[in-house]
Design a protein around this ligand. Structure first.
Ligand code: SF4
Length: 333
């Protein structure tokens, strides 16, 4: 599963925090208090060039916010985002535009991310128009080539269609064509198969895999679907309520998960057998807590069957449990 990489980091996220200020009550205004929703709270991860990292977790874990911060759609509260070693916050004008072009995103729902009133070809061509790349004829040729690359053939036919004339899988192919037309080096795929028919999911996953090989892409693959993470990624990072709980090589984490939350997630996937889910059955109690009211200490402690008094008080540190395999849990500290 693990593929050779150049040793260069395509993406490095350091201690990323994204806090959203909450609307204040009159009492809070008078006391000059401000509460925050801590959507992402100190996430550090990296993707070697040419590799794929799957960022997994339930909805509300903060994984999409990490992705949106990387592409500049969300402003980090603190922390650093480095692309090929360059801190994005230090880039200006042309350098920033070039870096932004090198990182493209495929969104979860193509029926939302595509404009229903624009022809498919014009939407794929749009990033070229905005960036002033080539002549109008060259831009059209590049858009046609992108449609061909994602398997929408003959591309001339798809070029003039509207999104509603396509299936969900075809729409997601258009969204992918639009993302690759600028020849990016890093692709962020945010739940790219969760809003399309089951029958098309394997094909879209295979398309992403083949694009990665053909274009030498690095990839951040966001998903709540562990089976697809297993199928596409070299490494995996698991998030819970804005924090990482475990990360490491995908085969190692899936065959020998350490964190109780990772174990519980894996055991909930019928297609991953018990051996891959780490043997011992972990049953979490209750539901995900209200993110506006984060638990103290380890955020999993109200649900974790192994929680101790220390878990209620102290945030668990990162503990190395294998080569590039880290877990955030007091059981290993
Ligand atoms: Fe459970 Fe404690 Fe580990 Fe958190 S730190 S996962 S509460 S054992």
């Amino acid at each position: 599963m693990s593929r050779a990489t150049s040793g260069v980091e395509a993406l490095r996220v350091e201690d990323l925090r994204v806090y959203y200020p909450l609307r204040r009550t009159l009492e809070e205004v008078l006391r000059r208090q401000q509460r925050y929703l801590r959507a992402v709270d100190g996430v550090t991860l990296s993707i070697p060039e040419g590799a794929t990292l799957a960022l997994v977790g339930e909805s509300g874990s903060g994984k999409t916010t990490v992705a949106r911060a990387v592409v500049g759609l969300v402003k980090p509260t603190s922390g650093r985002i480095l692309l090929w070693g360059r801190d994005v916050s230090s880039l200006r004008n042309r350098e920033l535009r070039e870096m932004r072009r090198a990182v493209q995103m495929v969104f979860q729902d193509p029926s939302v991310s595509l404009n229903p009133r624009m022809r498919v070809g014009d939407q794929v061509k749009y990033p070229l128009d905005v960036n002033g790349i080539g002549t109008p004829e060259e831009r059209r040729a590049m858009a046609l080539e992108a449609l061909r690359t994602v398997g929408l053939t003959p591309p001339e036919e798809f070029y003039s269609r509207y999104p509603h004339q396509l299936s969900g899988g075809q729409r997601q192919r258009v969204a992918i064509a639009r993302a690759i037309v600028l020849r990016p080096k890093l692709l962020i795929a945010d739940e790219p198969i969760s809003n399309i028919d089951v029958s098309a999911r394997a094909q879209i996953l295979e398309l992403l895999r083949s694009l990665r090989e053909r274009m030498g892409l690095s990839m951040l693959y966001i998903t709540h679907d562990l089976s697809s993470a297993w199928a596409i990624a070299d490494s995996v990072a698991v998030m819970y309520l804005g924090k990482l709980v475990e990360h490491g090589p995908v085969e190692e984490v899936f065959s020998d998960p350490r964190h109780p939350y990772t174990k519980a997630l894996l055991q909930a996937v019928p297609s991953l057998d018990e051996r891959k889910a780490g043997g011992e059955v972990v049953r979490l109690k209750g539901e995900i807590p209200d993110p506006l009211n984060m638990p103290s200490g380890c955020r999993l402690h109200p649900r974790c069957p192994f929680a101790t008094e220390r878990c209620r008080r102290e945030e668990p540190p990162a503990v190395k449990v294998g080569e590039n395999h880290w877990v955030y849990c007091h059981l290993f500290a």
